[in-house]
Design a protein around this ligand. Structure first.
Ligand SMILES: Cc1cc2nc3c(=O)[nH]c(=O)nc-3n(C[C@H](O)[C@H](O)[C@H](O)COP(=O)(O)OP(=O)(O)OC[C@H]3O[C@@H](n4cnc5c(N)ncnc54)[C@H](O)[C@@H]3O)c2cc1C
Length: 357
């Protein structure tokens, strides 16, 4: 009769190397657990690194300051094995003794691994605005998404297709969010992110006129300060309205819509239109849900056993974290990664304490 020591505990499998998965991996490694981190892309960091976010709202802190140390810690930690360009194809067993198949997407090779527990942190994908033809996204290169603007801001060069800096810029909020014809839910961060970007644009293009065409402003908690700052310090304009159609007229964009405060139509010419595209569960989360037989809700997000306890997947030994459960900010995704790691550590401690023959 004895108790298991640490060396008898299989590694914890973390799926998804964004903020949530990285934080879960780092916390577990720090507690002394071995971790296998499976990421389908060739780089870690999730959306903030993939799309080159310049800064993170609400503090406008450079993204690398938040994500850099986490990525370095995980990649340099002897307890973490990082498997990039890979996906999990299936898992059998349960807490303490999963057998997992991982496929390398580059060469097709599969590997069978043992895992003690699994954390799913597969995040989100951007709403594809091509689905909604009224915006002309994909047809007119001067209509871009907020994720594309992030990359331009990071490069310090925001220009139109013809190379000129835009003078009049419109942001259209809730594209692919809060709309029964596309996605019903609120992406929670897109208002704040758009306002952050408008402020950054004013630093880059001092003479630009910026108009925010919004349904409601949902800058929750401390993110609200960005909203006030944008008006009081940067002179950014707000129009409460809905856009019906965008037409290309020469090298300008005519935005037609309805002002829902004064209850009248508007038609305004802009040089560039930025669509605040929402967050969707995406194909990565659908793939892992199929592979691990996890429940998804009506929108395709992973459905926890209890709606207000995100980390509990409802399957013994499998935990959830981050934007694969619901749209959220980086700070929330990091907190969820830590919370899932804590649940795994608790479960594995119980396993270690149990007496084995
Ligand atoms: C344009 C934009 C700007 C934003 N700016 C801010 C901001 O300024 N401040 C802020 O707090 N939040 C911001 N956010 C929100 C932020 O991006 C998310 O909160 C955060 O990325 C969620 O982290 P995550 O780890 O849950 O998911 P993700 O960042 O999506 O990471 C998930 C990872 O899992 C991988 N993956 C997916 N499927 C699989 C699979 N099947 N197998 C293996 N790996 C898989 C993905 O490749 C990815 O690396 C912004 C969002 C958008 C859309």
């Amino acid at each position: 009769m004895r108790r298991r020591d640490m060396s008898e505990i299989h590694p914890v499998l973390v799926i998804g190397g964004g903020p949530a998965g990285l934080k879960a991996s780092a916390d577990l490694a720090e507690l002394g657990y071995d971790v296998v981190l499976v990421e389908k892309l060739g780089q870690l960091g999730g959306a903030p690194i993939r799309w080159g976010y310049k800064t993170l709202a609400p503090e406008l802190r450079p993204t690398e300051e938040v994500m850099g140390p986490l990525i370095e810690y995980v990649e340099g930690n002897g307890n973490v094995r990082v498997m990039k360009n890979s996906v999990v194809e299936g898992a059998t067993g349960g807490l303490g003794d999963f057998t997992v198949t991982v496929r390398n997407l580059m060469n097709g090779a599969t590997e069978s691994l043992k895992a003690s527990a699994i954390i799913v942190a597969t995040g989100f994908e951007h709403f594809d605005a091509k689905v909604d033809p009224r915006y002309g996204y994909g047809r007119n290169p001067d209509v871009i998404g907020i994720h594309e603007l992030e990359g331009m801001l990071k490069e310090g060069r925001v220009v139109k297709r013809n190379g000129d800096p835009p003078k009049r810029i419109a942001f259209i909020f809730c594209v692919g969010s809060r709309d029964k014809s596309t996605n019903l839910w609120c992406c929670t961060v897109c208002c704040g992110v758009s306002i952050k970007q408008a402020i950054e644009l004013k630093h880059l293009l001092k003479d630009a006129d910026i108009y925010m065409i919004y349904m409601d402003i949902r800058t929750f908690g401390l993110w609200e300060k960005l909203y006030w700052k944008s008006m009081e310090e940067y002179g950014i304009n707000y129009i409460r309205g809905r856009v019906g159609e965008i037409y290309a007229i020469g090298d300008k964009l005519l935005v037609k819509g309805e002002d829902t405060l004064v209850r009248g139509p508007f038609e305004v010419l802009f040089d560039m239109v930025v669509l605040a595209v929402g967050m969707e569960p995406g194909s990565g989360t659908a793939q892992v849900a199929r592979a691990l037989n996890l429940k998804v809700n009506e929108f395709g997000f992973l459905e926890p056993r209890h709606p207000n306890i995100h980390h509990d997947s409802g399957r013994d030994g499998i935990y959830l974290a981050g934007a694969c459960v619901a749209p959220m900010s980086v700070e929330e995704a990091l907190a969820e990664g830590s919370a899932a790691a804590m649940q795994v550590a608790k479960a594995l401690r119980r396993l270690q304490r149990a007496v084995v023959k």
